[in-house]
Design a protein around this ligand. Structure first.
Ligand SMILES: *Cc1c(COP(=O)(O)O)cnc(C)c1O
Length: 371
């Protein structure tokens, strides 16, 4: 049996007539940039999310950069973020001229460890970017308490956490802004690059719109210099078709995770832990193994595709060698980077496939007497 890591085609085929019609219609209208598709999707997303403003942008990386810039963050400032994430979270800090300051992860949910944030706060600190990694919300109460104490902005990186919930609230509306990616493989994925910013702050929303569109809300009236980061109409039309299905897709991910949990219960793997009072949307189903590389290799020979998120924690990447961080600065994240493994996860994943993956993990453990 072959089990891919993700299967975007299965999802496309399940809604093909609607998607094809939407693309054809946008094409015939020669609606390519901006226009009613983008307007409609933004409203639809804001209303589904229960937030005042949704500003579509070109991708999830720009979404973070734009928010940081429009909050006035730049040279001389520091922004605290988490050691284990995709590089967008930290490279956007650098793009503004500010310095990224990394904090270790907490061992249960792999999100930023709030108990290690305060020691990193200096007089230059302006903001914290928690990442709701893999779909599990970061510990927002603790983070917001620190932010209030030191008067810091909190920008939630929700690229992996569409409609995740923390104590009844959707992630992304707890801090000043939430940023989303609609990269094809994300829980809500376009058919190209796409992203958005959500906020209840009208002033920030307006500035973000302006900056993303060359600093002009009205054509030719540039209030400032900006960038070109727009959601194109075709992507917006596709996202509008897909959004109504997202809840069912997310529930399917959660069910798949539950099935893995049951079938892998007796294995030697450390399974994902979910705190009470949150909705983990399982963008990724990440386990830990002391023999990760061997296990990954074994699964590959059985036709099972897995991945690692992420093989090297951000502060130890060559890109950040100038900051001179050491592995000992991030004991948890560093230890886990050798152990984490993302198993196949997508809504259309079948029970047979999950059983097969689980059986192959059991076979690996038996053959290698792992237990
Ligand atoms: C995907 C991702 C991003 C960036 O999104 P793009 O749309 O690819 O630019 C940012 N942060 C995290 C945590 C991500 O997973």
């Amino acid at each position: 049996m072959k089990v891919p890591f993700v299967d975007l085609k299965a999802q496309y085929l399940s809604i093909k007539p609607q998607i094809d019609a939407a693309i054809q219609k946008a094409l015939e209208e020669t609606s390519f940039i901006g226009g009613h598709y983008v307007e409609t999707f933004s409203k639809q997303f804001a209303s589904a999310y229960g937030v005042e403003h949704c500003k579509p942008v070109g991708n999830g990386t720009d979404a973070i950069y734009i928010v940081l810039k429009m909050l006035g963050i730049g040279a001389g400032d520091e922004v605290i973020t988490v050691a284990n994430s995709w590089i967008s979270t930290s490279e956007t800090i650098t793009q503004t001229g500010a310095k990224p300051v990394f904090v270790d992860i907490e061992p249960l949910h792999y999100t930023i460890d709030p108990s290690k944030i305060e020691e990193k706060v200096t007089s230059r600190t302006k903001a914290i970017i928690p990442v709701h990694l893999y779909g599990h919300p970061a510990d927002m109460d603790a983070i917001m308490a620190i932010a209030r104490k030191y008067n810091l902005f909190v920008i939630e990186d929700c690229a992996q956490a569409h409609f995740s919930r923390y104590k009844g609230q959707n992630t992304g509306i707890i801090g000043i802004a939430g940023t989303f990616s609609f990269y094809p493989g994300k829980n809500l994925g376009a058919y190209g690059d796409a992203g958005c910013i959500i906020t209840n702050n009208a002033e920030l929303a307006k500035k973000c719109s302006m900056f993303a569109n060359h600093g002009a809300l009205v054509k030719h009236q540039h209030q400032m210099e900006g960038i070109n980061s727009r959601l194109d109409s075709m992507q917006a039309a596709i996202l509008s078709i897909k959004l109504p299905y997202l809840n069912a897709w997310t529930e399917a991910r959660i069910k798949n995770a539950q099935l893995y949990n049951i079938l892998l219960k007796e294995s030697a793997l450390v399974l994902p832990a979910v705190t009470e009072d949150v909705r983990h949307t399982f963008h990724l189903y990440v386990v830990r193994s002391k023999r990760r590389d061997q296990l990954q290799q074994y699964l590959k020979t059985k036709g099972i595709e897995t991945a690692i998120h992420y093989p090297t924690i951000l502060p130890l990447l060559p890109a950040y060698s100038y900051l001179s961080y050491k592995p000992e600065d991030f004991p948890v994240a560093y230890a886990f980077q050798q152990e984490i493994l993302s198993l196949p996860m997508y809504p259309e994943l079948t029970h047979e496939a999950i059983s097969y993956v689980s059986n192959m993990i059991e076979a690996f453990e038996n053959e290698n007497s792992v237990k």
